[in-house]
Design a binder for this molecule. Structure first.
Ligand SMILES: [Fe+2]
Length: 154
């Protein structure tokens, strides 16, 4: 008599909303950086550039608010913590970093009309780098959860 496979409890997969949201964030981050890198050389272009930079930062901020809420209260991190109990401290640190990143974006938006273009490019570079590192750490955890589900290393 064939043995029935145990009921699947698999939940980690690469169509997880967090993975989808990370793809969207990457697009917005690339657009933000492309905008910052197009820093104007003359004053005539500067005000248009500041407006475009502010728009990109606004889009990113709106995206982050939704994304971080999903991770923190929408079940994203709870599910990861259930699957990877050893990663609880890492998830707590990542959750704390959400507020730091949102604050960095808000500060940059607060000075976008007044700071020097080179100061804005430097500030944007800090946000982009911090967010890329942050999301990479989360992606590593997600891949760990997927690997656990697949029994990789068993
Ligand atoms: Fe994330």
């Amino acid at each position: 008599m064939p043995v029935a496979a145990p009921a699947s409890t698999a939940t980690a997969d690469l169509s997880d909303p967090i993975v989808e949201q990370h793809r969207g964030l990457r697009i917005h981050l690339d657009a933000l950086w492309a905008c910052a890198a197009a820093m104007p050389v003359d004053d005539d272009e500067a005000s248009r550039w500041r407006c475009e930079l502010a728009e990109c930062l606004d889009v990113l901020r709106a995206d982050l608010v939704v994304h971080f809420a999903h991770e923190e209260t929408g079940g994203g991190f709870d599910e990861l913590a259930r699957q990877l109990p050893h990663a609880a401290a890492k998830l707590e640190a990542l959750t704390r970093e959400h507020a730091v990143i949102l604050d960095m974006v808000a500060r940059l938006l607060g000075v976008v009309a007044a700071d020097t273009p080179s100061g804005l490019v430097a500030g944007t570079a800090q946000v982009v780098e911090r967010l890329r590192r942050h999301e990479a750490a989360e992606n590593e955890l997600l891949l760990g959860a997927v690997a656990d589900e697949l029994g990789v290393g068993d």
